[in-house]
Each structure stands twice: as C-alpha cells, then as structure tokens.
Design a protein around this ligand. Structure first.
Ligand SMILES: Cc1cc2nc3c(=O)[nH]c(=O)nc-3n(C[C@H](O)[C@H](O)[C@H](O)COP(=O)(O)OP(=O)(O)OC[C@H]3O[C@@H](n4cnc5c(N)ncnc54)[C@H](O)[C@@H]3O)c2cc1C
Length: 399
C-alpha cells in the first residue's frame, strides 16, 4: 500500500500542472495516467498540430511553478493582438496587449511540449510520484481516505482523489456526477499551414456561417489553423487534395495572410460543450475538461483547467500546512464555489456567442455587427475584455 496526500488521475495539462503545484508545496502526490508522458520537446523539432492559446496569467503561474521555461521557445509563440471579424456582417473587434501595458496577451503553445515540460518539472520534485502507463481499476472512499486498486494489482491510499481525466472522465462517471451536454454539431479541422505573408504575432479569427476559423501564430512562422464547421463539411475538408484545401482555406480567410503555401497533416476533432453538475464529491475534486468542456472559439479550455489546478492546489496545500484533512468537505466546497463563479460566466458567454454567430437571420446579423463595432469603440468595456483575454480577471493565478 502506497500512501499519498493526493492521487491525481490524468496527467494532461491540467492534472500535471496540479501535481507540480501540489508537490512544489510539499504535498505527497501520485500522478497516474494510462499513457506514458510525451518526451521533452527538442528545440526546433517539428510542431504537433494540437496547440493551445495559453493566456498571460496562466503562463505567469506556470513560470512560477518552474515549468514554463522548460517549453522550448521554438514551441511557444507570443501574440500581442487578437483580431476578430464576422463574415455575415461588417462587425469586427481587435484586442491589443498595449492597451493594458502588457508585452503580450498570451502564447500559442504546443500541447505536447507543455505537458512534457510539466512532467519534467514534476520529476524533479521529491514528494511526487508518477505511475504511467497505469490504469485505475477500482476505488472506494471512507472517512479515512480513498483506497485505489490499479490494474497491475497494486494498491494506493490517499486523502484526496483528483479527476483530471478529460472530457469523458471515468472518475466523474464513477462518482455518479451528471453533466449537461451541448452538442454543437461541429468538428474542428486542425493543421499547421505556411502563408505568403507573415502572421506578425497576431491571433486572427473569422466567424463564418458554420463556425469560426482561426489562424494562430506559431514560432516557426507558420499558423495553426482551427476551422470549426459542421461535421460533414469538416470530413470533406480533411479529405480534399492539399492544393484544393489550401485554396478553400485561403478563400474562407479572405486571404488575410495571402496565399496558403504549405499544408501540414490534417486532423478532425469533434467539438462539444459539457458541464459537470458538481466539481466535487466525497474526497473527490474534478479539474479541467473533466469538469467543463467549452468550444475552442475563445481559446479558454486549458486556461480554465489551469485556473482550477491553481485554486485546488492552494486550498489543499493550505490545509496540509495547517495540519487539516486535505480531502475535507469544507475545502472541496470552497474550491467548487470559487471555480464555478469563475468558469460558469465563461461557459455561458461562449454558448451565447456560439448561438449569436450561428444565427443567419438578417436582423440578428446586423445586431451582432453593430455590437462588435460598438464594443470595439467602447474603451472601458474593451479594456475589461482584453484583461479577461489575458486571464487577469482570474484570481486563482495570483501568487
Ligand atoms: C480544436 C481545439 C482547440 C483548442 N484550443 C484551445 C486554446 O487555444 N486554448 C485553450 O485554453 N484551450 C484550448 N482547447 C481546449 C484544451 O485543449 C483542453 O481544455 C485541455 O487540453 C484539457 O486538458 P485536461 O488536462 O483537462 O484534459 P486532457 O487533455 O483530456 O487530459 C486527460 C488525461 O487523462 C488521461 N486519462 C483519461 N482517462 C484515464 C484513465 N481512466 N486512467 C488514467 N488516465 C486517464 C489521458 O491519458 C490524458 O492524459 C482546445 C480544444 C480543442 C478541441
């Protein structure tokens, strides 16, 4: 039997960050994943096609944890502005880090490199243990703690179990926590492309009738494309010959970066919204996609998960320092209250944007065009939105 203060199931961005934050504060942490972690990214190695926009506040927290500097510069690309425009109206809006006196709004980071950096940092922390690949077979909770049995027959004991096991979270399902699903009926076609003109460290997104199309700046000069559209259209786009795909992509993006000159491997990812009814259960906390899945249009899913990790790590390490039970209900309820207050408005706003930009009726299109233009000219509102894009409104990252 191996004893830990906390067992975390899921070593993706969220679970690995929580493990580093907890072990960095001295907690005995076991991190378990069904897959071995990715190898550290070699400087200049080819970029994978899964990337995330990590905002400035989350990056500052990851720097504080010692993980951010382990992501090679070739695998993270800063962006100072965001430009958004609407194909169905004359609406457009821009956000600039200079409005807040910040050097940048965030970075486009290769997911794999960030996960590898977090695992490399974790390996240097004496109270952390990684079990991967490993599968949880059974777990039960009593007043003393959580008892876990792994598929290889070994047993673990902890005082808190953390589910960072992704959108289909087996822990959430095992705990009987229901979720509300939003079937967007969309998929994202993702790929990295070269363009005739430089991206100038600007993240761009055009709202099309079937969903948003984003070009995100990569450190190697290419752009990461996230093209959300109907499932049928995504399947068709992914199967097109390269030259035809490049042409359709360029047209859909109004040639903002000139011709699309190279097209990397393409993948189709299903999109859905999902919100767990509760983030906590007896001696259980859910983090990241296990608790909430949002449409990628706002580039916030991983950022919300990192905020969860920061908040939970603070509550649990405070409890341990004070000699209290880290799995006690009062601490878990404080975690749930804080994170729901932060995450719910974001989830609701993304749902509303999805409906608004999906609307084809002329009056609604005119309204959203006017709304975007007005917001673009309303300095205080724009500053507040820019601060949110930087994550400055999420107090979980204060350190
Ligand atoms: C197209 C697209 C673009 C996106 N862009 C952005 C963006 O720009 N910015 C942003 O912030 N977010 C973005 N997101 C969202 C972001 O990718 C996710 O929110 C984030 O990766 C979730 O991380 P996670 O660690 O919570 O879950 P996951 O990444 O799903 O990790 C779960 C981990 O749990 C492990 N696991 C699962 N089940 C078990 C089990 N039974 N036992 C052991 N281990 C298990 C898995 O192996 C995995 O390692 C995007 C999403 C998509 C689809």
């Amino acid at each position: 039997m191996t004893d830990s203060d906390v067992v975390i199931v899921g070593g993706g961005i969220t679970g690995a960050a929580a493990a580093v934050a907890l072990a960095g504060a001295g907690a005995r942490v076991t991190l378990l994943d069904r897959q071995a972690p990715p190898a550290p990214a070699a400087s200049g190695a080819p970029l994978d096609l899964r990337v995330s926009a990590i905002h400035a506040a989350a990056a500052a927290w990851l720097t504080h944890l010692g993980a951010w500097p382990l992501v090679p510069a070739s695998h993270r690309s800063p962006f100072g502005s965001i430009q958004v425009w609407d194909a169905g109206s004359r609406g457009r809006i821009g956000f600039d880090s200079a409005d807040l006196g910040q050097p940048w709004l965030g970075h486009i980071v290769e997911n794999r490199a960030l996960v590898a950096a977090l695992h490399a940092r974790l390996a240097a922390l004496p109270t952390a243990r990684l079990r991967a690949p490993a599968r949880l077979e059974h777990w039960r909770t009593d007043e003393h703690g959580v008892h876990l049995r792994l598929e290889d027959g070994s047993h673990l004991h902890a005082r808190l179990l953390v589910g960072a096991d992704g959108a289909d979270s087996p822990l959430r399902l095992g705990a009987g926590i229901a979720s509300h699903d939003t079937p967007y009926g969309q998929c994202a076609v993702v790929c990295n492309v070269g363009t005739e003109r430089p991206h100038d460290a600007i993240a761009r997104q055009r709202f099309l009738a079937n969903g948003p199309l984003a070009f995100l700046p990569l450190a190697d000069g290419r752009s990461a494309v996230v093209w959300s559209t109907t499932t049928d259209a995504a399947t068709r786009l992914a199967a097109l010959p390269e030259a035809q795909f490049a042409q359709e992509l360029e047209a859909a993006f109004e040639g903002r970066l000139g011709a699309v000159t190279t097209v990397g491997e393409r993948a189709v990812l299903p999109l859905r919204g999902r919100l767990a009814e509760r983030y906590v259960g007896p001696r259980l906390a859910l983090l990241g996609d296990a608790a909430h899945v949002v449409h990628p249009m706002a580039g916030l899913g991983a950022n919300l998960g990192l905020g969860d990790a920061a908040q939970l790590a603070r509550i649990v390490s405070d409890a341990l320092r004070a000699g209290r039970d880290p799995g006690a209900a009062d601490g878990l309820l404080r975690y749930q209250r804080a994170r729901r207050a932060q995450n719910l408005p974001v989830v609701q706003a993304i749902g509303a944007l999805h409906r608004l930009f999906g609307a084809t009726a002329a009056p609604l299109r005119a309204l959203r065009g006017a709304g975007l233009r007005l917001t673009d000219h309303a300095a205080p509102l724009k500053r507040a939105l820019t601060a949110a894009a930087c994550g400055l409104d999420d107090t979980a990252f204060d350190h």
